[in-house]
Design a protein around this ligand. Sequence first.
Ligand code: ATP
Ligand code: ATP
Ligand code: MG
Ligand code: MG
Ligand code: MG
Ligand code: MG
Length: 258
Amino acid sequence: MANSKYEYVKQYELDDTLLPGCWIVIRIDGKGFTKFSDLHGFEKPNDKRALDLMDECACEVMNEFHDVRLAYGESDEYSFVLGRSTDMYGRRASKLVSLLVSCFTANYVARWPTHLPDTPLRATPMFDGRAVCYPLDAHLRDYLAWRQADTHINNQYNTCFWALVKSGKSPAEAQAALRGTQTAFKNELLFREFGINYAHLPEQFKKGSVVVRRKALVEAKKREDGTPVMRERAVPTVLHVDLIRDDFWNENPHLLAP
Ligand code: ATP
Ligand code: ATP
Ligand code: MG
Ligand code: MG
Ligand code: MG
Ligand code: MG
């Protein structure tokens, strides 16, 4: 139907090409996961099975889209960083966002039974997505620091909140007990009232998940006699490390390279 009289409608499509030379961050976030996590009986405040599922989906996104250099996830969200010079789908925001969201969501559904084998899916998991451009390396680092600081603040609050609720307080009482309190108070409360040493909680809960590619030997194919042929590949690998200080960036200079 090329050049049909209908084709003019194409002109109504808007250009959404993202700025050249900038870092592109695509953040996805679960729709209504407060309710979704409740419906599926997620352990509070952190259900490790659900976090591992999120992490695996992020690895699959990185296996599928090689221009994703780095990902960072917490709770029901994941951020994917595309290199400054990527030309993936002509840097069109709607293409990038929709492909990453659907890749992630399809994997979430497909891999759910492996991570929560005793919990049938009772609702359709959905993720929203947005693309943001950052012109400077400092912006990208601040973006990731912002998300990781958010992980820490939320985790500390939620750990206190659920400890209070599990000890018999109503949600409103727990909220009131924590209103306006500082980090030191919350750590003290956890230790004094519940014997929880915040520093000893799993790194995955405190720091979230960083996905980078690491060289590893993987099975490339099988020989005729059935023995595997191993090849070195860059495999998406989940780490629970600090992104705020300089150490990670000094150890991984390729991540910020052009
Ligand atoms: P929205 O659609 O606006 O994003 P939401 O209900 O998803 O609404 P969020 O701010 O994204 O709100 O919060 C995510 C919710 O999902 C939080 O309540 C969090 O406790 C819950 N959640 C996500 N992952 C887990 C997990 N692994 N274990 C326990 N709870 C989780
Ligand atoms: P792009 O990623 O650019 O969209 P594409 O290969 O998906 O590439 P399309 O123009 O979207 O290209 O064409 C869709 C292709 O999928 C066509 O080749 C079409 O024949 C095939 N296809 C889609 N649905 C069906 C179907 N139900 N039965 C047979 N073929 C199908
Ligand atoms: Mg949201
Ligand atoms: Mg959400
Ligand atoms: Mg969220
Ligand atoms: Mg197509």
